[in-house]
Design a protein around this ligand. Structure first.
Ligand SMILES: C[S@@+](CC[C@H](N)C(=O)[O-])C[C@H]1O[C@@H](n2cnc3c(N)ncnc32)[C@H](O)[C@@H]1O
Length: 355
């Protein structure tokens, strides 16, 4: 039995069935034994591989997007680059290298902030980013947004705990809860019913994601944000546990497997405001429009045979619709309609009647 399993079972024995969100939150973020608080899960040796860990081209393209956004924001002399949920720090390392080389004047006035809750991952990030001056924060509340700010977040939103609800024949929903039966985790349903403005046999909501986005929207008064995550317009039962690159039973190794849920991008747009948020764009399409194939071609031109294979494989994994290109989506937020962010589409702005 894992330590987290014991903690969850004690909790259920004390207070009764718990929500999926409470299960997920304890498994991932228990302050001592949670998955993210006690392990470094990325890469071939770990449990899963994220886009920045596949190839440096990914971070370079996000760096190019940041550089372009900085220009569109009027080249602020003093500005903040904030990454939320930076994992190993690989994405930020590649983004910063790109800024330093491609647009050094943007790097001169930069404040780099990492929003990270995991003490283990902060150590990794310190190692990856030892050549840069970095500030860390545990919560959005601890970050000043006085300077114009560009936010990037890769696979953050799918790590927020979700609640799950099951539809009854009359259309109302009961919350799916986790209880114990003969000492083992078992699904049950809440007695109370809820009316949700959603449709589907099983639906997911994330209070944690919504409050994060609301707070960000409130605090970010001048800037833009880029979120990349897997998900779609709506989600059904998408919660999954991944260990050593394989799907495992949700109840198998609590605290030792990563738990994620697909992001409902319609919900992200609703919370951030559809007027300020771009449509969810498949990642392959986004990377294509910001120039990944051109960058890959330039690298291929001076690569060894072994490097060529890596570049081709990385491009395929990141962009092909059957790989990450379609399942992952990019969504951006801008505080000012004039910030013409690259690679994404916004709803047309109503025409002003002013002469
Ligand atoms: C799935 S990992 C993605 C890591 C990295 N962005 C990448 O793509 O490789 C999620 C990251 O978000 C962090 N995280 C999760 N919830 C967070 C929160 N509420 N505030 C800050 N960081 C959080 C985790 O510790 C981890 O660094």
């Amino acid at each position: 039995m894992t330590t987290i399993e014991g903690i969850l079972k004690d909790k259920i024995n004390e207070t009764g069935a718990i929500s999926v969100a409470e299960y997920m939150d304890t498994c991932l973020y228990h302050n001592e034994h949670g998955y993210y608080m006690s392990s470094t899960p990325f890469g071939p040796e770990g449990d899963f591989t994220t886009a920045p860990e596949i190839s440096q081209i990914y971070g370079e393209m996000i760096g190019a997007w940041v550089a372009d956004t900085w220009i569109k924001m009027g080249r602020p002399q003093s500005w903040q680059l904030l990454e939320a949920g930076p994992g190993n720090g690989t994405l930020m390392k590649d983004v910063l290298r790109t800024l330093e080389h491609a647009l050094p004047e943007s790097y001169e006035g930069i404040t780099i902030t990492l929003l990270e809750i995991s003490p283990m991952l902060k150590i990794k990030q310190r190692e990856s980013l030892e050549n840069h001056n970095i500030c860390w924060a545990n919560s959005l509340d601890d970050i000043s947004f006085e300077k114009p700010t560009i936010v990037i977040a890769n696979e953050l939103l799918d790590a927020f705990p979700v609640r799950q609800f099951k539809q009854k024949t009359n259309g109302e929903y009961q919350e799916k809860l986790i209880t114990l039966q003969n000492g083992k985790f078992e699904w049950t349903l809440s007695d109370e019913t809820t009316n949700l403005n959603l449709s589907g046999e099983v639906v997911e909501t994330s209070d944690a994601m919504e409050s994060f986005l609301c707070k960000l929207k409130d605090k970010l008064t001048n800037g833009a944000a880029l979120f990349i995550d897997y998900g779609d317009h709506a989600t059904g039962d998408s919660l999954q546990a991944i260990e050593k690159h394989k799907k495992v039973n949700l109840f198998e190794h609590p605290g030792k497997a990563d738990l994620t849920a697909h992001v409902n991008f319609d919900n992200v747009r609703r919370v951030l405001g559809t007027d300020r948020t771009s449509f969810a764009e498949p990642m392959g399409q986004f990377l294509n429009s910001i120039g990944l194939p051109l960058r890959a071609a330039a690298l291929l031109g001076r690569a060894t045979e072994a490097q060529k294979k890596d570049i081709e494989q990385a491009t395929y994994r990141l962009m092909h619709p059957e790989q990450m290109g379609e399942m992952f989506k990019v969504i951006t937020y801008r505080t000012h309609a004039e910030y013409d962010l690259a690679g994404v589409y916004f709803e047309p702005q109503p025409k002003s009647n002013a002469a």
